[in-house]
Design a binder for this molecule. Structure first.
Ligand code: GCB
Length: 615
């Protein structure tokens, strides 16, 4: 009995220790200046995870006295010439951060597994009353983080930011930051085992060390309540504060200077109606500099104000119907060796291509893209669909999987809730209809609405052939009752018949909601020319677009579409030699950055569409 109690106590202790090592998400650390830890990091490849588990497969960082010889996170050197230490970060090769490892060394192209990263940095010491945080923009997929040999914590999920407080483990002088990155796919993970994109591993977004005062600006939210009343309301969260701390909010261009005090939970509320407010829209992407201060802490960022809602089968932006001239984008760049987008310049180029296509909307598939993307979309006037990687066959009945998906959605919304460009949060892509899946996604939808009531919800669903009919496609999915926009992927002419089928198909979308086509398209190898009936030629792809667009024009309540996809992207499911060579070729731009014929077809269609909506 006594032993049993001891065991229960021990299990609780370990569980508690595990929980307390979870990463936090503090959105406004992004806006605080800090010491950049980008650049070259030392790296040790560890496919058997021998730096993490001992030879009995016990986790070394849970041991009271981990082996100096083998526990990589200790980052030691032999204390004397005879000491056995079986790794050395100093002599190991480097990897660039931010960046995926796959495109940095040829032998890592298809590597999935563990990689240890180490960065040494100098730190002058923590100022009086200061707290210091480490912020990671994203690490794919799991990160175990150690500072000076001690564990800071774990983060799971490849596309959202996370932070750890490092105040206690930092020391004046040289510090060692070690991150074990693991991108092994798993059935219960989000995304799961099977995706049609490449599972780039690494510290893919920026890393920085940020010093803040004891009470600091952790998060804020501002939104326009209605385009007619023009009242802006929101809040600021001060970390570490209780009631009574003063918070200032200033928008110089609007001549607004407000002050409020925090409540017991460190929350300060604001509400104001500016005399003259220019609303944000793709035609006029007006952003205002917003300055928030409290005590010694100040953050500043440009924010746009607009409303979005649905009315019957329409989407209204600032009260007016809008047609979404879109394109899907993966967070992958074609030139300079390819790989994950790892700089604002690459993000900008992708959005500029979308602009060149005459788009006013992008679907950022299939996971949250880097921060630069959505901030640039604000600046360039491009509306955004932002998505979490709940893709295909997630483990619907697994509670851990649900909480993982929910954390990713929460972090995504918290990161980007002030971006005027984002009008749609998407919950999932092409998930098979079942009770368990709909329950999972209903819960996720409720969570999204509780975090942000100012945007629309959607999910990319599927269409089916209507039973007993020829050439009638129907969208019927219980998820359509939950979301605001009924979006679906249609591949008539590619996975479903040949392009001439477009002329024969009719559509049934039995919902009084806006309908949206989240994908259609077909593959073409740039530079391969031939007859329009020959698959993989640029002519075939262009013809598919030419036949699809008139079909879409006839769909009742269609508010826009995002063809698949702007640029060819790496996918391990695409082996066809000489054509695909490991790339999904449905891009309008090749993996070398060259435009295909279909680019011009869509560009011209959108040009006319844009003119229509102006009249
Ligand atoms: C889809 C998926 C997308 C794929 C695309 C394709 O429906 O949503 O991730 O890459 O089709 O090319 O098959």
């Amino acid at each position: 009995m006594k032993n049993k109690l001891l065991l229960i106590w021990l299990v609780c202790l370990v569980a508690f220790a595990g929980l307390s090592l979870r990463a936090e998400n503090i959105p406004d650390l992004f806006l605080h200046d800090g010491l950049s830890l980008n650049g070259e990091w030392k790296s040790i490849i560890d496919p058997y995870e021998s730096g993490f588990y001992d030879y009995r497969r016990d986790q070394r960082d849970l041991e009271s006295n981990p082996s100096r010889a083998e526990a990589f996170f200790l980052d030691v050197k032999p204390a004397n010439p005879g000491e056995r230490v079986e790794y050395d970060f100093d002599t190991a090769p480097t990897l660039n951060v931010p960046g995926d490892w796959n495109t940095q060394r040829p032998e890592l192209l298809y590597y999935e597994g563990s990689m240890w990263y180490r960065k040494q940095f100098d730190f002058a010491g923590t100022g009086k009353g200061q707290r210091v945080y480490l912020r990671f923009g994203a690490v794919n997929y799991r990160a175990d983080v150690y500072l000076n040999g001690k564990k800071l914590g774990v983060h799971v999920g490849g596309f959202t930011p996370f932070t750890f407080e490092a105040t206690k483990l930092l020391k004046p002088g040289t510090n060692s930051l070690v991150v074990k990155v693991d991108n092994q796919r798993a059935k219960e993970a989000v995304p799961t085992l099977n995706t049609d994109w490449w599972n780039y591993g690494g510290i893919t977004r920026e890393v920085k060390l940020v010093a803040v005062p004891e009470h600091f600006i952790a998060d804020h939210r501002l939104a326009l309540e209605s385009e007619t009343a023009r009242t802006i309301s929101g809040w600021v969260q001060i970390a570490g504060a209780g009631a009574g701390q003063s918070v200032q909010l200033e928008i110089p261009e609007l001549h607004e200077k407000l002050s409020a005090r925090t409540d017991d939970s460190g929350h300060a509320k604001f509400s104001f109606t500016p005399a003259k407010l220019q609303l944000w829209s793709p035609d006029m992407p007006k952003l205002y500099d917003v300055i928030i201060s409290s005590g010694d802490d100040v953050v500043q960022e440009p924010i746009g104000f607009r409303t979005v809602r649905t009315q019957g089968k329409e989407i209204l932006l600032n009260g007016k119907p809008v047609f979404l001239r879109g394109i899907c984008i993966h967070e992958e760049f074609p030139l300079h060796g390819g790989g994950r987008v790892n700089s604002p310049e690459k993000a900008r180029q992708l959005l500029l291509w979308a602009k060149e296509l005459n788009c006013n909307f992008v679907r950022l598939a299939h996971y949250p893209h880097n921060e630069a993307m959505t901030r640039l979309a604000d600046e360039l006037g491009i509306m955004v669909w932002s998505e979490v990687p709940v893709y295909w066959t997630i483990d619907w009945t697994n509670a851990e999987t649900y909480s993982n998906a929910q954390s990713q959605l929460t972090d995504e919304i918290q990161r980007d809730a002030n971006r005027a460009s984002i009008i749609i949060w998407s919950l999932a892509n092409e998930t098979p209809v079942s009770e368990a899946r709909t329950a999972f996604l209903s819960r996720l939808a409720a969570r999204a609405r509780s975090l942000d009531a100012t945007r629309l919800l959607s999910a990319a669903m599927e269409k089916h052939a209507k039973p007993g009919t020829k050439n009638v496609n129907i969208v019927q999915d219980p998820l359509a009752d939950i979301v605001d926009v009924v979006a679906f992927n249609e591949y008539v002419g590619w996975y479903d018949g040949l392009p001439d089928k477009c002329g024969k198909v009719t559509w049934e979308i039995p919902y009084n909601k806006p309908a949206f086509i989240s994908e259609f398209g077909g593959g073409a190898k740039q530079g391969l020319h031939g007859d329009k009936d020959q698959r993989w030629t640029e002519e075939f792809q262009a013809d598919l677009y030419r036949q699809t667009l008139p079909m879409l024009d006839k769909i009742d309540g269609l508010v826009g579409f995002t063809p698949w996809i702007l640029v060819d992207f790496r996918s391990p499911r695409r082996p066809l030699a000489g054509i695909q060579d490991g790339f999904n070729r449905k891009g309008l731009i090749s993996s070398e950055g060259v435009k295909k014929e279909a680019f011009t077809v869509l560009q011209e269609y959108y040009r006319k569409r844009a003119q229509l909506s102006e009249h």
